[in-house]
Each structure stands twice: as structure tokens, then as C-alpha cells.
Design a protein around this ligand. Structure first.
Ligand SMILES: [Zn+2]
Length: 156
């Protein structure tokens, strides 16, 4: 991304805006996420800030990348895969992991998980033994003869 570009300031009409790099900390789940290398324009006269669509795109990519590296991150695809693999409704999946009744519905509509919950779901997706243990603890019957194979299954 070019850093030497200058544009006339549309706010004060006197200064020039040039691109600068900046860092920002976002709230993500219960933790905060520091993202470096974000870009925006700043005016050398009035200090107004402007973000062009191409910069916004660049920034969003960096933020998404940082999110996916966070321990609290579980993608929507992973959540659905987990429920499909063990034939669980949202309500059953919530009960299984010991969360509130509506928890999975919230996760699947984009609410952030806590890092321990995210770890538990990732472990349960990969290892049916984890689900067996959780099902015992929650007094749930899960038919493991009908577990759907997924991309995340270990190769046996
Ligand atoms: Zn200005």
C-alpha cells in the first residue's frame, strides 16, 4: 500500500492529507485485540481523519486476520459442523457444553465466545471422547453410531 500519496483535505480545504499507519485495540469477546498496521489519511493542517474504501478493506482484512488468530475464535462453519457431526440442535449443543439454553443460537448469530468455551468446542469437534464425557455429565444420550464424519475428524 502506497504511503507517499497526498490528497487535498476536504474538511479544511487548506491542508493535505497523507496516509499514516496506526494501531488500534478492539474488544473481542472478553479480551482485547491489538491490531497493528491499520491505515488512514490525516490532514497536516486540521488533523481531520478520513478512511478511504480501499483503506477500510485493508484494515478489515487485518482485523479479521487478528480475530482468527485469537483463542476465542470459532468460525460459524465450525459451530455448525460441530452440531451436524453429533446431530445436535442448538439447544442440545448448549446443554452439552454447559452453557445457557440460548448460547449456541447466540454464538451462531455472531456473539463472541469465551476462550475456554471456544477451546472446548474445538476439542469436542475433533475428539468424540470429549463429547461422550460431556454427554455423561449433562445426562444426555448421543448416538455415536450415527456420528457424521467431518473434515476435522482425525484420520483413523
Ligand atoms: Zn484539513
Amino acid at each position: 500500500m502506497r504511503t507517499d500519496m497526498q490528497i487535498a483535505c476536504r474538511y479544511c480545504h487548506e491542508g493535505k492529507m497523507s496516509q499514516e499507519f496506526y494501531n488500534e485495540t478492539f474488544k473481542f469477546g472478553r479480551s482485547s485485540l491489538a491490531v497493528e498496521g491499520l491505515v488512514r489519511f490525516r490532514c497536516n493542517h486540521c488533523a481531520s481523519i478520513m478512511v478511504k474504501p480501499s483503506q477500510l478493506e485493508h484494515n478489515s482484512e487485518l482485523i479479521e486476520l487478528a480475530k482468527s488468530a485469537s483463542p476465542s475464535f470459532v468460525s460459524l462453519g465450525t459451530l455448525r459442523e460441530f452440531r451436524m457431526k453429533y446431530n445436535l440442535s442448538q439447544r442440545e449443543a448448549s446443554k452439552l457444553i454447559g452453557a445457557g439454553e440460548g448460547a449456541f443460537g447466540k454464538y451462531e448469530s455472531g456473539e463472541n465466545l469465551s476462550a475456554p468455551t471456544a477451546k472446548l468446542i474445538r476439542a469436542a469437534l475433533t475428539y468424540p471422547e470429549v463429547v461422550r464425557l460431556l454427554a455423561d455429565e449433562a445426562n444426555m444420550q448421543i448416538d455415536f453410531s450415527d456420528v457424521h464424519p467431518t473434515m476435522s475428524s482425525p484420520i483413523s
